[in-house]
Design a binder for this molecule. Structure first.
Ligand SMILES: [Zn+2]
Length: 491
């Protein structure tokens, strides 16, 4: 326990002496420098406004650090507004909280063995946390519905690993929705909890005690990255809202921005695509709630990427026969609209696969000098050279939106993966799917060929957010696919 934190706890303690935590209204003024862009920001802001949690004197909160037993006990004691005696000279700062916790029955005196500083400075486990919060709830005359307890029992798959003394409180904590099991159905009783998770618990306790409601949580906008390379897809997650009609996201990057429901109540997500046409620099994204008048902002930096320049020699006969006005008209007529309609929910749950293996011949975003003439063309995908008739698989689950021969791009496939994300496959020798087919991740959809405007058997593969092409590498590997890293990424 740092001395700084000890001081902070003391300050907080004296604050509680002079005013009851239930009597003043939140100002939402509290901000910690390291919770910006954190999923738990709204919980931390509001819980700290109610003095249920506090940060460190250096202005940080350390949301991802594990939380000590005494820190969690202090949070719950403060959330309840329990009286804590003054600290004696040279006494461990946590001792008054330990005494208050034993007195109010949220911990028992034989629970942790030695009742000293080293015991309470240990990280708290999920089962210990469950016991404390359930005891706090019951001591505040909270009631547990037996039906929900029964349901909770069947929700947990690893109950036998809970320590016998915590068995019933683990079930109660799930029944009361204080602790939601992991997505794999486990309670994981011996896992440690983070300060962010503990804060959510203290907030839920304040809700159960009738002090706060979920509606008090301000919207929280979280960006997948604060620095984005040209070609990457930004994901924006919005917590604590169901009503997008009162929200406006102002930003200069992508005019057609929209929100999608995630299936989790109160959580929405949306995307902003970037590529070589996105100017590097710092952009502000501001979320305005037109009903409450509140707004929150995030800065995003678009980082310049050096794109390659490719020299290409093409047989003038092939070029003149493929790049005609009719060919472009056909491309616009069939290809463009195939990426206009996307499922509002995702077809996929797993990671994305590279559709064929071979040699990377053209990177994303390369500009081209064709037959000694510089073109305005930018390569909107990656080219992978592979023997004719090599397998081409679907990068992920989705719906086939286009599967036809086109003059410029040859046999072409477009797959919608949902929420505006598409994958594109050109120059195929054969097509094994039809428009409207639902394909699975890794399903064989075509064979490598050299149809259309092509100099040899290869797959042109790209991904896009609607019609806006993005670098597939960021979706597949979290980084761009280049000639330098291609072999490593293949491993
Ligand atoms: Zn290509």
């Amino acid at each position: 326990m740092s001395y700084k934190f000890k001081q902070k706890i003391l300050l907080m303690f004296f604050g509680i002496l002079v005013m009851s935590i239930f009597s003043f209204s939140p100002t939402f003024a509290t901000t910690f420098r390291d919770v910006q862009n954190h999923w738990a920001k709204s919980y931390i802001d509001i819980a700290s406004t109610y003095n249920a949690v506090s940060g460190y004197t250096d202005g940080s909160f350390k949301p991802n650090d594990n939380i000590q037993r005494i820190e969690f006990i202090a949070i719950i004691i403060n959330s309840q507004g329990t009286n804590v005696r003054a600290l004696s000279k040279d006494e461990y700062w946590g001792q008054p909280f330990i005494d208050a916790a034993v007195k109010s029955g949220i911990i028992s005196s034989d629970e942790y063995g030695a009742m000293d500083e080293s015991t309470f400075a240990e990280n708290i486990t999920r089962e210990e946390m469950a016991s404390i919060v359930v005891n706090a709830y019951i001591s505040s005359e909270g009631i547990i519905d037996p039906v929900s307890t029964e349901e909770a029992t069947s929700k947990l798959s690893d109950l036998e690993t809970v320590s016998p003394r915590y068995y019933s409180s683990a079930i109660d904590a799930v029944a009361l929705d204080f602790i939601t099991g992991y997505s794999n159905g486990t309670f994981s009783p011996k896992h440690y909890a983070t300060r962010a998770q503990a804060t959510v618990l203290s907030f839920k306790l304040l809700v159960k005690l009738g002090v706060l409601s979920d509606a008090d949580l301000p919207e929280n906008i979280v960006l997948s990255k604060l620095k984005l390379n040209q070609g990457d897809l930004l994901k924006i997650t919005l917590y604590h809202t169901n009503n997008t009609s009162v929200l406006t996201l102002t930003q200069d990057l992508y005019p057609s921005f929209k929100w999608y429901e995630t299936g989790t109540e109160g959580v929405l997500e949306g995307y902003i695509p970037t590529n070589y046409s996105t100017a590097p620099g710092v952009y502000d994204l501001t979320l305005i709630n037109n009903k409450t008048g509140k707004s929150s902002s995030q800065s995003l930096e678009i980082v310049q990427r050096d794109f390659r320049v490719q020299n290409l020699t093409i047989d003038p006969n092939i070029e003149s026969s493929t790049k005609t006005d009719d060919a472009y008209a056909q491309y616009r007529k069939y290809f463009n609209p195939s990426r206009d309609i996307s499922s509002p929910t995702k077809y996929y749950t797993e990671s994305f696969l590279l559709p064929t293996s071979g040699k990377l011949t053209t990177e994303f975003g390369e500009s081209r000098i064709v037959n000694n003439a510089l073109t305005t063309y930018r390569h909107a995908g990656i080219d992978i050279a592979a023997p004719r008739n090599s397998d081409v698989i679907a990068t992920n689950a989705g719906k086939v939106m286009l599967a036809i021969p086109l003059i410029i791009t040859g046999n072409s496939i477009v797959i919608d993966h949902g929420e505006g994300l598409f994958s594109v496959y050109f120059h195929l020798d054969q097509l094994f799917v039809n428009e409207g087919d639902i394909v699975t991740r890794g399903q064989l959809i075509g064979a490598v060929g050299s149809t259309g405007f092509s100099t040899g058997p290869h797959l042109h593969f790209t991904m896009s957010y609607y019609r806006f092409d993005i670098e597939p590498g960021y979706i597949l590997y979290g980084e761009s696919i280049t000639k330098q890293n291609y072999m490593n990424l293949m491993k």
